[in-house]
Design a protein around this ligand. Structure first.
Ligand code: PHE
Ligand code: ZN
Length: 886
């Protein structure tokens, strides 16, 4: 049924399509046990392709009912079918192909193509889902104008949506009705969308800078009508921001968002009909945390921004995915920074990079932001393509500066509007508009792995000269043994006793353009390079990688005293945070060493005092204080330990607990004071000041619960009286992590009773339980698989419970008996065919097996081998397994 071994495809094999489709007419007939799709494709030979090729259309899991060429029904021998193609041997240079196919959306559990989510029909076509709807040239460089009609039962599916404008509708006699849609913008099939359901909508409007009145609607199930306001506000903010910052105006009279419960990813930017995972669009203070509100704002913006960076200008092929995703993530990150706290946003993004993306880049699935081969493209919607891709765009922004970058983006949009292009086209537009040579910089697109910058400083007091020696290297990654030096923008300053010192690079005139002479972006281009600063009056502490100016690992042997200096006095918020993290890591590693050596842990008082000073300084931004006092996670510690030879889950855990507890006890009064001081008395709003106060207050609660068991009372009181989900869930976490068994069970039960009708809240409840410590954790999670609130078909629930356990409960996932790995393996096995994308993503923690010392690594590998031996692996799962075991 399935090819024995799925094979890879290569970027170097790209060929232009042999045929183009100018117009695509689709007619859907939706029924309760099947759907009929009639497609009329206006096709012509691509003048840019080699002549004489046969017409080969993509198609999967389709039942072909009829096929006609220019109106003439084709006989059996005139075409041929395989599992995923339809080939017509001889066709003229221009023709119309008409097919009728039957599909079964009700049985589609993969959630790509046309499927049913609860009571509604919806589609997900990116990357290659359209071929599960009809026979087509399902590749992004084939762009067509779509006309779509949807027919369905009128009572069950009163709302019928597709892309573009509604151009007609009709009530039919048999209880059915039909809507006709036309999208004037040619688009690839991956941007097609259809929705049919019993939906309600909230409505608003936006007037563009050019005076266009746009009707905005968010469609949801009736019960969720009260949870759309924040998304609507976010949409309007995004539309304005894209006009102001990028000069991009919206291009149609309507913009629709639909919320669906069953969705593999966060959301999808289908032209004028964005489809969202309900967890990424629905919000209310009672049911959504501050983090949730921020996610919704960011994802609404991200999908909206795709209208230009993705839809108007799209990707030539899927190797270019980062062209639209990296750029759009950069755009949404800047939007979020402008809407809230820029430094906090930068810290959050740097954390994701360093904890999760660096791990990916060091693991068996490592790939450049523009991969050069893949087996299953769904496996490449990764942190590397998205987040590192955004960091690469950010570096271009840094190298060109804002004004030239904007000229570059204007040129890119103007030059390529309506085209399917490559990452190279983007870089060329940036170069052409700015005159900056990005030749060496291009290696960021082709080279995988996280570069390491090893820096040391040398001060010559007599000459008042400071030398900064910089070495760059990049570890080998699969298929790339040797790495070339990159162009790395290294933003920096020099910290003296009384603040930042003026910077004067030897042999270089002071920069007249920036009034600020204490901040510089060094261009690191060589494997080894020295930067010399003149007139340095005192021995400085270098402040490096300000603003996380490049996605690299920075190595500098700071003393703890130097870290304290940076942490309390540097100009750059990111560096202050990073210094706090480095200081914490050095203390954590020291304590882990003590534990492994059989000694009682002793936490350096320098660290404890520095943290207490931060906490007591009421002049600081509470959000930043919270970020600085949140210790690096066990997963990140494991990743770093692996680089030094192998992670030990237990000692990492014990070390982190010991340091947390020491800090909790040392600063108990300060924590208590912070907890009392940061009460928000205004009505809930997800705005920066309130978010900051709640964040620090809830961190205080975590430490207090550790300082003294009696403080659990504070958490219980907060849990009972909280007026918003941020505070209630934070309290529930503390109780379930630190309270007694009885306290935990009581809180969890009462939370479920309170929220059982709110699916998204119930998912949080599942996730909290997945992280509950102790021997019983695995049995608890297994038990929850049977709970009415769980459903293996729903990706959000799988992520919350199964992902929550594998990623959020390290000690129990890595149980010595291997039960955690076996459990994850069972779920992956169950989802392998049913939902390959989710199955494949769940594999991630097991792919890190090489990081773990001793039996754990061995058992993780054994589980991967067991899975690899299963018959009928989906290409998604096969690819990750085979690369992990290589
Ligand atoms: N293109 C979507 C986004 O980033 C993500 C997505 C990919 C959704 C594939 C569904 C399937 O914005
Ligand atoms: Zn995207």
């Amino acid at each position: 049924m399935r090819d024995a071994r799925p094979s890879a495809i290569y970027l170097k094999d790209y060929r232009p399509p042999a045929f183009l489709i100018q117009r695509t007419r689709l007619a859907f007939d939706l029924y309760e046990d099947h759907a009929l799709v009639a497609a009329t494709l206006h096709i012509r030979r691509n003048p840019a392709a080699e002549p004489g090729e046969a017409l080969v259309l993509h198609g999967q899991e389709l039942e072909l009912l009829s096929i006609a060429l220019d109106g003439r029904e084709l006989a059996g021998q005139e075409y041929s079918l395989t599992d995923d193609t339809l080939q017509v041997a001889s066709v003229p240079d221009q023709f119309t192909l008409t097919t009728r196919t039957r599909i079964r959306p009700q049985d589609n559990t993969s959630l790509e193509g046309l499927y049913k989510s609860r009571t509604m029909f919806c589609t997900q076509c990116e990357a290659e889902g359209f071929r599960k709807i009809t026979y087509y040239l399902d590749r992004p460089d084939v762009m067509a104008e779509f006309e779509v009609s949807v027919e369905a039962d009128r009572a069950r599916y009163p709302v019928l949506l597709s892309n573009g404008n509604l151009v007609g509708s009709e009530v039919l006699d048999n209880g059915r009705h039909r809507a006709d849609w036309h999208d004037p913008f040619p688009k690839p099939a991956y941007l097609f969308a259809l929705v049919a359901g019993d939906l309600r909508s909230v409505e608003d409007s936006f007037t563009t800078c050019g005076g266009r009145e746009v009707n905005l609607r968010i469609f949801v199930e009736e019960k969720d009508l009260d949870k759309c306001d924040h998304a609507m506000l976010s949409l309007k903010k995004s539309m304005r921001w894209d006009e102001e910052v990028y000069g991009r105006e919206y291009d149609l009279d309507i913009f629709n968002i639909v919320a669906v419960d069953d969705f593999n990813m966060g959301a999808m930017e289908n032209k004028s009909l964005n489809i969202f995972n309900s967890s990424c669009v629905l919000c209310s203070p009672a049911t959504t945390t501050d983090k949730g509100f921020q996610t919704v704002e960011a994802i609404v913006a991200h999908e909206y921004f795709h209208n230009w960076s993705g839809n108007r200008v799209t990707c030539r092929d899927w190797f270019q995915l980062s062209l639209k995703e990296g750029f759009t993530v950069f755009r949404d990150a800047e939007f979020s920074a402008d809407m809230g706290s820029r430094t906090v946003k930068r810290v959050e993004d740097a954390t994701v990079m360093r904890t999760a993306q660096f791990a990916e880049d060091a693991g068996p699935m490592a790939h450049p932001i523009r991969p050069d081969s893949f087996i299953e493209i769904s496996n490449f919607y990764t942190l590397t393509v998205y987040e590192k891709g955004a960091e690469v765009v950010r570096m271009i922004h840094t190298l060109l500066a804002a004004e030239a970058f904007r000229k570059g983006s204007d040129l890119y949009f103007e030059r390529h509007d309506g085209q399917a292009v490559t990452c190279e086209d983007f870089v060329v537009a940036m170069e052409d508009a700015s005159g900056v040579d990005l030749g060496q910089f291009r290696r960021w697109y082709s080279q995988a792995g996280t570069p390491v910058l090893s820096v040391n400083g040398e001060y010559d007091a007599d000459a008042e000269r400071y030398r900064l020696h910089v070495r760059q290297s990049c570890p080998p990654t699969p298929g790339q043994a040797d790495k070339q030096p990159l162009l790395i923008p290294l933003a920096m300053g020099l910290l003296g006793d009384a603040g930042n010192l003026p910077l004067q690079l030897a042999g270089q005139a002071p920069d007249p353009e920036t009034g600020d002479n204490t901040h510089l972006v060094l261009r690191v281009t060589e494997a080894e390079q020295t930067f010399v600063f003149e007139d340095v009056r005192e021995p400085p502490v270098p402040s490096l990688l300000r603003g996380f100016s490049a996605p690299v690992r920075l190595e500098y042997a700071y003393s703890r005293g130097e870290l304290c200096a940076l942490m309390s006095r540097d100009d750059d918020g990111f560096v202050r945070w990073d210094a706090a993290q480095q200081l914490a890591l050095s203390v954590l590693e020291e304590v882990e060493g003590q534990i492994l050596g059989g000694d009682a842990p002793v936490v350096d008082p320098l660290f404890l005092d520095a943290c207490t000073v931060l906490l007591e300084d009421a002049s600081l931004d509470p959000a930043m204080v919270a970020e600085m006092l949140r210790l690096p996670g066990e997963g990140y510690m494991a990743e770093l330990a692996a680089r030094r030879g192998g992670a030990r889950v237990e000692s990492i855990h014990l070390a982190r607990e010991a340091v947390l507890k020491a800090l909790a006890e040392h600063a108990e009064n300060a924590w208590l004071d912070t907890y009392r001081r940061n009460v928000v008395s205004e009505p809930y709003a997800p705005e920066a000041t309130q978010v900051a106060a709640r964040s620090l207050r809830n961190l205080s609660l975590e430490y207090l619960a550790l300082a003294r068991p009696e403080h659990i009372a504070l958490a219980r009181a907060q849990f009972a009286s909280a007026g918003n989900m941020t505070d209630q869930l934070a309290a529930l976490r503390v109780i379930s992590q630190r309270g007694s068994d009885a306290q935990r069970d009581e809180a969890l039960d009462s939370f479920y009773r309170q929220w059982q009708s709110e699916t998204l809240v119930v998912n949080q409840w599942l996730q909290v339980q997945a992280a509950v410590p102790g021997e019983q954790a695995l049995a608890r999670v297994r038990g929850l698989l049977e709970h009415a609130a769980f459903d293996l078909r729903n990706p959000n629930k799988v992520r919350a419970l199964v992902g929550g356990f594998a990623n959020g409960n390290p000690l129990q996932f890595h149980r010595a008996d291997g039960g955690g790995y076996g459990f994850l393996g069972e779920i992956i096995e169950a989802l392998n065919i049913r939902n390959p994308q989710i199955a494949s993503r769940l594999l991630t923690p097991l792919t890190r097996w090489r990081n773990y010392a001793g039996e754990q690594g061995v058992k993780m590998r054994a589980e991967l081998e067991r899975l690899a031996a299963l018959p009928d692996l989906s290409p998604d799962v096969f690819e990750v397994l085979s690369k992990s075991l290589e």
